[in-house]
Design a protein around this ligand. Structure first.
Ligand code: URA
Length: 213
């Protein structure tokens, strides 16, 4: 069994927050374990809570459409959320819930090791682009420590504000080029590291004391 499957089993059993009492199922995440692109939403909604799978309601259908527009299926990417249990009545996640859940998401990112993390909505953006505003930074990317972060509106936002549908579509179309750039940057970084290792002077063993006899 893979480390990610093990981790997701532990996530499914987590009872750290009060909302573990009201959930039907926790929603660890799903997709390709070696995905190059990882999408991170906010929190499970009613449908996700029922089935233990992320983005399977109306917002998820739109996400599937957006993925199809760049010739991707959800099985080729990884989809997770900032918090893994549904807040009752779909209220916003509490800071304590986000803090409690953080180590699960961090470990998922470490195991999947994506080239790009796409933040969906404000809560996900706040983790990776602290202090920024979604209306200003959606559709833009930042690279840190070998991972590119790309901010998008939450697909559910387009269900309430029709004009965001087009914005989300346009932002999604930027992903293939960004992925190509992220991969090239990673290869360059690896080559740089290899060259550095190769020219690192070898440490000579200490000279032997010459014996006269
Ligand atoms: N909204 C989210 O942020 N995540 C889901 O899984 C579903 C809806």
């Amino acid at each position: 069994m893979s480390a990610l499957t093990d981790l997701n089993k532990d996530i499914a059993l987590c009872r750290q927050c009060e909302i573990a009492k009201t959930r039907t199922m926790s929603v660890p995440g799903e997709g390709a374990e070696n995905a190059e692109i990882m999408f991170i939403g906010e929190a499970p909604g009613w449908n996700e809570d029922q089935q233990g799978r992320p983005f399977i309601g109306a917002a998820g259908q739109f996400l599937d459409e957006l993925l199809a527009s760049i010739k991707l299926k959800r099985s080729q990417v990884y989809i997770a959320n900032v918090i893994k249990c549904r807040p009752p009545g779909n209220r916003d996640p509490l800071p304590t819930e986000i803090a409690n859940c953080q180590h699960w998401l961090d470990k998922q990112i470490e195991l999947i090791s994506p080239k790009i993390i796409v933040t969906l909505g404000r809560y996900s953006m706040a983790k990776f682009f602290p202090g920024k505003t979604i209306s200003k930074i959606h559709g833009t990317a930042q690279t840190r420590d070998g991972i590119m972060y790309f901010a998008m509106y939450h697909p559910a936002a387009a269900l309430h504000q029709g004009n965001l549908r087009q914005t989300l579509k346009e932002d999604m179309l930027k992903l293939p080029l960004l992925l190509a750039q992220a991969k090239t940057a990673k290869i360059k970084e690896e080559v740089k590291t290899e060259v550095k290792v190769a020219i690192e002077p070898k440490t000579e063993p200490p000279p032997q004391q010459l014996s006269m006899f």
